[in-house]
Design a protein around this ligand. Structure first.
Ligand code: UDP
Length: 451
């Protein structure tokens, strides 16, 4: 820890979704261990649990979201509303904080671009945190250009063709949003990506994974300020004394005792993240695919994530009795611990960026079934660029069974595991003294100290 920095306060504002809260709180943990005091400002909606981080201060802002806004599940609409509603309140909170304390900077999630305007109003330095891959950043820009040229909607006939100048992405890998209102979604990207007065960009990625995209972003001037790729941030956070969970749902650690009873590299861990929902037919295909693979599995089914049911009521009859002790189903898992367990041999994932980084960091190969947005880009990189996963094209029991057996039992899967272990080693090197993410982190601390 650098003592000279203690008590200088940083305000961090996460976007209110699990995949954004985690990296922002990890960043807070890292900066706290470097001597800064941390205040987390957040919306009432999806408020993080302060008990997990007793060394931080938490301030909740009224976000003006109605039950109706939230029930639509339309992320674009929810984020636009927050950006419209929280300005005045954030400014008042920061001004009050400045009178009491030495606030030196606000770090905000890229989707909460209103923070930048508020910071500029009160002459407070601001820094953007991007929680996706840098490949996604480039792909979203490309998508905007294609949309402006009238290419969209893309025909099925070109879905497997390569997007010009965007290797290795095909049209089907472009990060199309899950939103009713595509115009609004495109505007959200523009607002999130335009840098007006912020001083720097922090990125939860690392040079060793995405060097060419990061170089392109700097060389082609997509980013006119310094960038700090300091990922995977959970690796740094886990080495501090203050590493805790930022889960919005309660983690069920009983699955670790179940994993302890399974043999090495045998278990397929299944989680589709914090947002995706499935229908009854899809859940049945998943269930029978898992059952027929005859491999042990740990399956996260979030409450309410299967349409028309509270939890597992719509699992097919006979499935649970059929698999018996071979299957473990939980509502929410301590994912990083699960991925680090020696029994886990593969991760069937939707390829959210955090899940992807967590899997890579533990050397676990993946079955990729992305749904929307950046998940498609990440899946393509996992399968095609880093070659540590295979793509599941169809959510059908035969394909699922085949994919699981290939990943866990076949030589092809074993080769992927070897490459995954190499990537894990790269992450270790990058996040240790002298590694690129480590150097960027030191650079970031110095940069913040210069304000
Ligand atoms: N996660 C978890 N337990 C679970 C499922 C997910 O702790 O049972 C965490 C996971 O470790 C990751 C985050 O939730 O940090 C999900 O973020 P990601 O970017 O992978 O996907 P999203 O939820 O944003 O789609």
């Amino acid at each position: 820890m650098r003592n000279e920095t203690r008590r200088r306060r940083l305000v961090l504002f996460p976007c209110p979704y699990q995949g954004h809260i985690n990296p922002m709180l990890q960043l807070g943990t890292i900066l706290y261990s470097n001597g800064f005091s941390i205040t987390i400002v957040h919306t009432n909606f999806n408020a993080p649990n302060p008990q997990g981080h007793p060394h931080f201060s938490f301030v909740s802002l009224p976000d003006g979201l109605s039950e109706n806004d939230i029930s639509t599940g339309d992320i674009t609409r929810i984020l636009t509303t927050i950006n419209d509603n929280c300005k005045v309140c954030l400014q008042a909170t920061l001004e009050k904080g400045q009178k009491l304390d030495d606030i030196i900077c606000i770090i905000f999630d890229e989707h909460l671009y209103f923070c930048e305007a508020v910071a500029a109003n009160i002459k407070l330095p601001s820094i953007i945190l991007r929680t996706t891959s840098s490949a996604t950043f480039l792909a979203r820009y490309a998508l905007l250009t294609l949309q402006a040229q009238g290419y969209e909607p893309f025909q099925d006939s070109i879905s497997h063709e390569m997007v010009p100048k965007l290797h290795p992405l095909r049209f089907k890998d472009l990060p199309l949003p899950k939103s009713e209102d595509l115009k609004r979604a495109a505007q959200l990207v523009v607002d999130s990506y335009t840098i007006r007065s912020s001083s720097a960009v922090i990125w939860n990625t690392m040079d060793g994974l995405e060097q060419s995209c990061l170089m392109k972003i700097q060389e082609e001037y997509y980013c006119p300020v310094p960038i700090f790729p300091i990922g995977p941030m959970h690796k740094f956070a886990s080495r501090t004394n203050n590493s805790t969970t930022a889960s919005l749902l309660k983690e069920d650690s009983s699955c670790i005792a179940w994993l302890d009873k399974q043999s090495h590299n045998s278990v397929i861990y299944v989680s589709l993240g914090s947002i995706i929902s499935t229908g009854e037919k899809e859940i049945a295909e998943m269930a029978w695919g898992l059952a027929n693979s005859e491999q042990p599995f740990l399956w996260v089914i979030r409450p309410g994530s299967v349409s028309g049911s509270d939890w597992v009521e719509l699992l097919p009859k006979g499935f649970r009795d059929g698999v018996g002790e071979r299957g473990c189903i939980v509502k929410w898992a301590p994912q990083k611990e699960v991925l680090g367990h020696e029994a886990v041999g593969g991760f069937w994932s939707h390829c959210g960026w955090n899940s992807t980084l967590e899997s890579i960091s533990e050397g676990v190969p993946m079955i990729c079934k992305p749904c929307f947005g950046d998940q498609r880009v990440n899946a393509r990189y996992v399968c095609h660029e880093w070659r540590v996963g295979l793509e599941l094209e169809k959510l059908e029991r035969k394909d699922i069974e085949r994919a699981i057996r290939k990943l866990i039992l076949d030589d092809e899967g074993k080769d992927m595991r070897v490459r995954a272990k190499d990537l894990k080693e790269k992450v270790e090197v990058s996040t240790r003294q002298g590694g690129s993410s480590h150097k960027y982190l030191n650079g970031l601390v110095d940069f913040i100290m210069s304000f």
